[in-house]
Design a protein around this ligand. Structure first.
Ligand SMILES: [Zn+2]
Length: 217
C-alpha cells in the first residue's frame, strides 16, 4: 500500500552509483526493493512518497519506506562506470525527437511526436548510417521534400548540429517527467558545451518541471 506525499506513484526515481554518477530511472517497486536490500548508500533530492509494508506479527508495527527522488546505490548497472565515456546510447525516435526538442531541424517548426520522422541526413541509400550524428528530427513535409537527397542536393539547411548524447544526457532524454531536483542533478553531469545544457538551464530558470507530454508507448 502506498501513501503519496509529494508526487504520484508513477514518478520515476533517479538511481546513481555511490560516486553519484547517474545510472538509470527506476520505478517505486525497484526503489523499495533497493531500500529493503540495504543497497541504498545515501539519498538526496526530495521525499517522493512513503510506501507502507505489512504489519509485524512480532510487535504489530508497520514497516514503511520513504522513497527519495534521487538515490545512490551500491553496485553498478551493467558494468557501466568503466565504459561510460565510450557509451553510445541506442537510437530510437522518442529520444531523438526529444534531443531535438520536437523541432523539425529543417523548417524549425515544433510538432507533436506523431507528426515527426527520423531523417537520415546522408541517406542510407548514399552510404549514410543510422547513427545519432547522421539523423535529424524532421516533419513529414520536409522529409518528403528532401527524399533521397543530401541537404546540399536539396538546398536545405539544418538549424542545429546533430550530436550523440552522453550517458547522462541519454538518461535525461529517457525521463518521462523530470523533477526540478533531478534536472539539476543531471545538469551537473552534462557538458557545458552541450545544447542540452543550455536547454535544461533555461527550463530550471523558468522553474518548470519537464513533462514529456508527447510520450507514447
Ligand atoms: Zn519541417
Amino acid at each position: 500500500m502506498l501513501a503519496g506525499i509529494v508526487s504520484d506513484i508513477s514518478q520515476q526515481v533517479l538511481r546513481t552509483d555511490v560516486a553519484g554518477m547517474p545510472l538509470e530511472w527506476i520505478d517505486y517497486r525497484e526503489a523499495v526493493r533497493l531500500y529493503h536490500a540495504d543497497q541504498v548508500a545515501y539519498q538526496t533530492g526530495t521525499l517522493l512518497y512513503t510506501v507502507f509494508g505489512g504489519y509485524s506479527s512480532y510487535d504489530g508495527t508497520r514497516s514503511k519506506v520513504g522513497v527519495n527522488s534521487i538515490i545512490a546505490t551500491h553496485g553498478t548497472s551493467q558494468g557501466l562506470s568503466r565504459d561510460r565515456d565510450k557509451y553510445v546510447p541506442p537510437l530510437n525516435n522518442r529520444t531523438l525527437f526529444k534531443r531535438d526538442a520536437n523541432l523539425c531541424l529543417y523548417c524549425a517548426m515544433r510538432y507533436p511526436t506523431r507528426d515527426l520522422t527520423r531523417d537520415h541526413i546522408t541517406p542510407i541509400s548514399r552510404g549514410g548510417g543510422d547513427t545519432w550524428n547522421n539523423v535529424a528530427t524532421a516533419c513529414r513535409r520536409c522529409n518528403n521534400y528532401k527524399g533521397g537527397r543530401t541537404p546540399e542536393q536539396a538546398a536545405m539547411q539544418l538549424i542545429a548540429v546533430p550530436f550523440t548524447p552522453t550517458y547522462a544526457e541519454y538518461i535525461y532524454l529517457k525521463g518521462r517527467r523530470v523533477l526540478t531536483d533531478q534536472m539539476q542533478y543531471l545538469l551537473a553531469h552534462i557538458p557545458r558545451s552541450s545544447p542540452l545544457h543550455a536547454r535544461l538551464s533555461d527550463h530550471l530558470a523558468d522553474g518548470a518541471e519537464i513533462v514529456d507530454v508527447h510520450f507514447h508507448e
